[in-house]
Write a protein that binds this ligand. Structure first.
Ligand code: BV8
Length: 263
């Protein structure tokens, strides 16, 4: 990793009073979680995630999509946050009100790492919800076990509580992320290919608002032209270098401490 760039970004980190970190699947790669566009293996090799992560795919073959999510859920049971997740959580705790963590990930690893406040754009793979608006019958008794589980009266199906392609993101999460992107001094964009919108649009928002943008990724991304600096590195090693060496808040000028996020 280029030391001059790391030193420059560490300085930007110290100078920034409002920091947004936007994460994608790459931050979980070093925990052993395949990234969203990694080639799928085994049973799922012949499908692309975009084909499976849609309501239409679920309605046309509920069991196949349910089984894909169960396969991913099972793989997450043995997964732990990595040093990158921990560095983000510790930084947020050391700098109250400075860091807004916005994630595209559904694996819950930022939360498991103790991140005090996470804006989750694409939902939670560990949770379910009803496919159709639930009636009283759906709430009156537990769903029948199955792949997927269903209401024993009306047959309404349970589905993963994630945002599928073609579905709107949670309005409050997206609004909070857009406000933060428009209002931050620095945005770190870590472990994302930047192809999924509206999440990737947050980087454009930050750049247009005059924030410095830093991209952390071992590979080039479609967002690189927006960056004031690109760090060609993995997220765990880079985040530890950037966040663990930043100046502790009590050495920063006290007057700056008021200009913080009100999460
Ligand atoms: C919507 C949950 C409208 C499911 C996911 C413009 C504007 C608005 C929409 C669109 C638009 N253009 C196109 C669209 C449609 C679509 C879209 O963006 N399509 C793409 C494919 C072109 N967007 C949508 O459909 C969104 N909805 O717009 O609705 C609407 C509005 C109102 C009313 C109705 C409808 C919904 C998008 C959300 C989809 N759901 N996930 C599930 O998980 O099963 S998205 C999915 O992709 C994951 O959440 C993932 O996080 C996300 C982004 O992918 P990445 O995280 O970037 O992962 P990827 O594998 O691509 O890249 C990994 C990166 O890590 C790589 O760069 C790699 O180099 C790097 N890496 C690898 N190792 C490391 C590393 N980096 C650091 N360290 C390492 N060790």
């Amino acid at each position: 990793m280029d030391k001059a760039t790391i030193d420059r970004v560490c300085q930007w980190l110290d100078e920034a009073r409002r920091l947004v970190v936007l994460t994608g699947a790459g931050v979980s790669a070093e925990s052993g979680v395949p990234t969203f566009r990694d080639v799928q293996t085994g049973l799922w090799a012949r499908f692309s995630p975009e084909e499976l992560a849609t309501e239409a795919a679920f309605r046309s073959d509920p069991q196949r999509v349910w089984d894909w999510y169960q396969h991913r859920r099972d793989a997450l049971l043995s997964v732990r946050p990595n040093a990158g997740h921990m560095a983000l959580a510790h930084y947020a705790l050391r700098h109250p009100g400075k860091l807004m963590l916005v994630t595209q990930n559904v694996d819950g690893l930022h939360q498991k790492a103790g991140q005090p406040h996470t804006v989750t754009l694409h939902g939670d793979i560990a949770a379910d919800r009803w496919l159709d608006e639930p009636g009283a019958c759906c709430m009156a008794q537990p769903p029948l076990p199955g792949r997927p589980p269903r209401c024993p009266v009306c047959g309404n199906l349970r589905r993963p509580a994630v945002v599928w392609f073609g579905e709107a993101l949670p309005a409050d999460a997206l609004a909070s992320a857009e406000r933060a992107a428009a209002d931050c001094h620095l945005m770190l964009v870590v472990g994302t290919s930047g192809v999924v919108y509206p999440a990737a649009g947050l980087v454009h928002t930050a750049s247009l608002a005059g924030a410095r943008v830093v991209i952390v990724n071992p590979e080039a991304t479609v967002l690189d032209d927006l960056a004031d600096a690109c760090i060609r590195g993995t997220s765990a090693g880079t985040l530890v270098q950037l966040l663990e060496t930043a100046t502790p808040p009590d050495m920063l000028d006290r007057k700056e401490r008021t200009d913080r996020w009100i999460p």
